[in-house]
Design a protein around this ligand. Sequence first.
Ligand code: ADP
Length: 490
Amino acid sequence: MYIVMIASECAPVAKVGGLGDVVFGLCRELEIRGNSVEIILPKYDCLRYGEIYGLTVSLQDLWVPWHDRSVHCTVYFGFVHGRKCFFIEPHSPENFFNRGVFYGPADDDQRFAFFNKATLEFMLRANKHPDVIHCHDWQTGLVPVLLYEIYKQAGMTHPRVCYTLHNLAHQGVTREHILRATGLNRPGYFFHPDRLQDNFNRGAINLMKGGIVYSNFVTTVSPRYAWEIMHTDQSFGLGHTLHVHRQKVGGILNGLDYEVWNPGTDPRSAAHYTVETLDQKYANKQALRQRFWLRDVFKPIVCFVGRLDHQKGVPLITHAIGYCLQHGCQFVLLGTSPDSRIAQHFSGLKHFYNDNPDCHLELGFNEDLSHLIYAGSDMIIVPSLFEPCGLTQMIGLRYGTVPIVRATGGLLDTVFDANHANKPYGERNGYVFNDFNTAGIESALERAIGMWNNFPQHFRELMANGMRTDYSWNHPGQNYLNVYDYIREK
Ligand code: ADP
């Protein structure tokens, strides 16, 4: 099968969070299974260019209709750790992708709407007729809309579209100007509840809604999140749309790239280990302590890695740091926040804990360091308010770092409580709490820390259970292929 993946992120060249990991990992799995896969990305100035091999111009002159003019673009090709990637570079005064960041500028709606238009123009010009186009999140929600409303008439009749929702908290709610810019025009037609009109703001269009309505199949990143967005208030207003299209909606648990995240071979950790040589993990703990100037004492290290965002449970992360330090643990955090108030809060905390020999907060994005933290910590917290899938708990499991998570979304599909899970002991792998409050997280931390101190052998079993679980792309890869086959036959 020939698949074109269109996304705003792909690890490691353009990664903000889990989306980047998923795009890379899924593409690798699809290729291993014999499919031909190409990825199309914006050519951001902040790409990690060192990770691209053989970057060359693939198409010198691509002219993309935009408003009442055409924007000159150059399309590049290069390999990202073996994956075939095209990068679209517009030459226009707006400098869409030369902003030093992946997301955040006020005109993100235009930046990504332009990217969607440019990918379709590129595919048309380059005569690409994939069996499946796979798009991700609001940044590519217009692709199926443009394909159906414009490019089908221009000859692109073959591709079917799979659209994956990674996070419904961001939907790309915008205004009419996007219709004019992309040539969709006809506001009377698109401002309709069955098409792009936002379900709550009748004067706005919703790009994610467009993706849901116009694609052939919609997946989200865990079965539990698929259920939550259709049956609870987690849909951020898209519940009705998903309900209307429920026949084509399903949840597929994300996989983890077991090559990238492999404690047995990880070049970014200090020592390699497997479930059979678990003692070697200790060398990573030592290295982590050295790296962060933590004292060498007999204590567990609890960590948090992730975006410092409202979604991730900022008050509970803050509370957990204090609780862990008071209850005989060390704490390590790696995270960054585009929200200035949250960023300020954590730099205040960093200052507060600066002289504490049991705590280190690293505020920034550092892929290499994240590997050492996963390898060197004993436990990882994921106290999210909501979590579509969550990769950090899965990485924790892979590295024998016991996850302590809130019972929501994909966290519920992957972590099974040591004491309460409705599973055999051999499948229990962490700690789960229900209530999004300090008592909730304390209840789980207390049990986990108690187990580490009083029943080390049981704690070790939990670590081993996690390491033995298969959360690789093996199963999800097949599930996506089943979806692709299904939409091709329809
Ligand atoms: P989300 O997609 O909501 O950000 P996930 O748990 O699905 O959360 O994925 C997060 C991914 O991003 C993981 O691979 C994690 O290691 C990585 N990550 C997040 N923040 C950082 C950071 N500050 N430095 C390095 N890696 C990070």
